[in-house]
Design a binder for this molecule. Structure first.
Ligand SMILES: Nc1ncnc2c1ncn2[C@@H]1O[C@H](COP(=O)(O)OP(=O)(O)O)[C@@H](O)[C@H]1O
Ligand SMILES: [Mg+2]
Length: 166
């Protein structure tokens, strides 16, 4: 079974055009189909504004298809009752880590996701250790995220998502 299946995904959004004085419908994703298997590493290339981030948000069920269908771990992202299970399955790291970092120290930040999932404290402790080791950020566990470089902040944001074990 594929981990992710996207079939004929179409995504439209509406925006007000001051020039035309009306709401205009734009197409951000126009009929995309793709499959991703467990263990695959897939890169999606395209110029700015071509819809990469919009597709990523679709895969994490932060946006819903206008038409077409997306299955993540066999779950349909359009089905409201499966949203939480889909978000536990698909983690999303944003381009700008400042949008994702909320803790005063790194370990607090990495713990935020698992804490909200109701994971027990001892288990969170282990997940922080593992997530920071896997991004090479163990030495920064007690650091302030604000004092880190952009790349280090991205590694902390990735650690935070890894700690949710999506
Ligand atoms: N809900 C929305 N409202 C306004 N513009 C949107 C919306 N969704 C997507 N867009 C636009 O669609 C295009 C695709 O954006 P995006 O997915 O961020 O591209 P990329 O990540 O490839 O740079 C951009 O022009 C973006 O401004
Ligand atoms: Mg983008």
């Amino acid at each position: 079974m594929n981990l992710i299946d996207v079939k004929n995904l179409l995504f439209k959004y509406k925006m007000y055009s001051g020039e035309k004085e009306e709401v205009i419908e734009h197409t951000a994703i126009d009929n995309i189909s793709l499959s991703i298997k467990k263990g695959d590493f897939v890169g999606i290339l395209g110029h700015n504004g071509s819809g990469k981030s919009t597709l990523a948000k679709q895969l994490a069920a932060l946006l819903k298809p206008s038409s077409g269908v997306i299955y993540v771990g066999g779950m349909d992202t359009a089905k409201e009752e499966q949203i939480l299970d889909i978000r536990k399955t698909a983690g999303l790291v944003f381009q700008n880590p400042d949008n994702q970092l909320i803790g005063n120290i790194v370990e607090e930040d990495v713990a935020f996701g698992p804490e909200n999932m109701g994971i027990p404290a001892e288990e969170i402790e282990m997940r922080i250790t593992k997530a920071l080791a896997s991004t090479g950020m163990t030495a920064y566990r007690e650091a302030s995220p604000g004092a880190l470089s952009g790349g280090q902040k991205q590694k902390i944001a990735i650690s935070g998502v890894l700690a949710m074990e999506p």
